[in-house]
Write a protein that binds this ligand. Structure first.
Ligand SMILES: NC(=O)c1ccc[n+]([C@@H]2O[C@H](COP(=O)([O-])OP(=O)(O)OC[C@H]3O[C@@H](n4cnc5c(N)ncnc54)[C@H](OP(=O)(O)O)[C@@H]3O)[C@@H](O)[C@H]2O)c1
Length: 227
């Protein structure tokens, strides 16, 4: 299996590279030119294509012949970075390729997610500040997911909870809607977020789903398992 990881040099990206190599996959990684050294530990085992992830020529080259594409949707800056990245993947990935995208819980597919007041306030304040400073545009991640949800490609949008570092606890559990009790703990190990992304490549039951994930050892997941 040949896969492409777009945003391979980030924290999530590097974990995904490791999980993919552990499975014996052939890996092509895309990352910004200045971030190539972050992939030094993998440089003899993966092909690296330097470039901004919303560069359509870079993406067209990187996804060629791939069975799957893992994309870190990062809404950096205010120049439609995330939606440009998503659109390029939707346009250029081979027709049968599994396309897995990462985002946060704030993305809703059908409007049925139930968010706490605290969560909504945090997203609103952090989003406003980040956009005012021209650092991050959360609305662009919303737009990129709108395009993915409208597409007939074989997509999965993995919605991550708050993240922490640490040893793997195993494959996160998921639910369709934020607000479902199983998700209450709102915490996942980043290494396991990456594991869920890589496992989704071969899980056809996740096609056209937007799973909201939480750590399988988190209190809410354990309580759900006991029940
Ligand atoms: N952080 C959280 O708590 C959290 C929670 C839920 C979901 N998520 C989702 O998880 C994914 C990755 O999150 P993460 O926190 O683990 O971060 P990450 O893996 O470090 O990913 C950040 C990505 O953004 C790129 N990036 C950084 N600065 C950039 C810039 N100025 N211009 C363009 N690209 C830039 C990084 O590439 P370089 O290596 O080139 O810098 C990297 O590919 C995202 O889809 C996010 O929505 C995160």
């Amino acid at each position: 299996m040949k896969i492409c990881i777009i945003g391979a040099s980030g924290k999530l990206g590097q974990y995904m590279v490791q999980h993919a190599l552990d499975r014996g996959y052939e890996v092509v990684g895309v990352c910004r030119e200045e971030s190539v050294p972050k992939l030094d530990a993998f440089k003899d085992r993966i092909a690296i294509i330097p470039g901004r992830t919303n560069n359509r020529e870079v993406i067209a080259r990187a996804v060629e012949g791939c069975d799957g594409v893992l994309t870190v949707l990062a809404a950096w800056g205010v120049d439609d970075y995330a939606s440009g990245t998503a659109q390029a993947v939707l346009d250029f990935a081979p027709p049968e390729a599994r396309l897995i995208f990462s985002c946060g819980w704030h993305i809703t597919r059908d409007g049925k997610d139930v968010y706490s007041k605290r969560f909504k306030l945090l997203v609103a304040i952090a989003g406003w500040i980040a956009k005012a400073l021209r650092l991050v545009d959360l609305d662009d991640q919303v737009e990129s997911c709108r395009r993915i949800f409208a597409s007939d490609r074989k997509w999965t949008v993995v919605r991550g909870s708050n993240l922490e570092e640490g040893e793997s606890q195993g494959l996160p559990v998921w639910s369709r809607h934020v607000g479902d009790p199983i998700l209450e703990s709102n915490l996942t190990r980043r290494i396991d977020f990456a594991l869920f992304m890589v496992e989704a490549l071969t899980d056809d039951s996740l096609i056209h789903e937007a799973p909201a994930i939480v750590g399988c050892q988190s209190p809410s997941a354990l309580a759900h398992a006991r029940a």
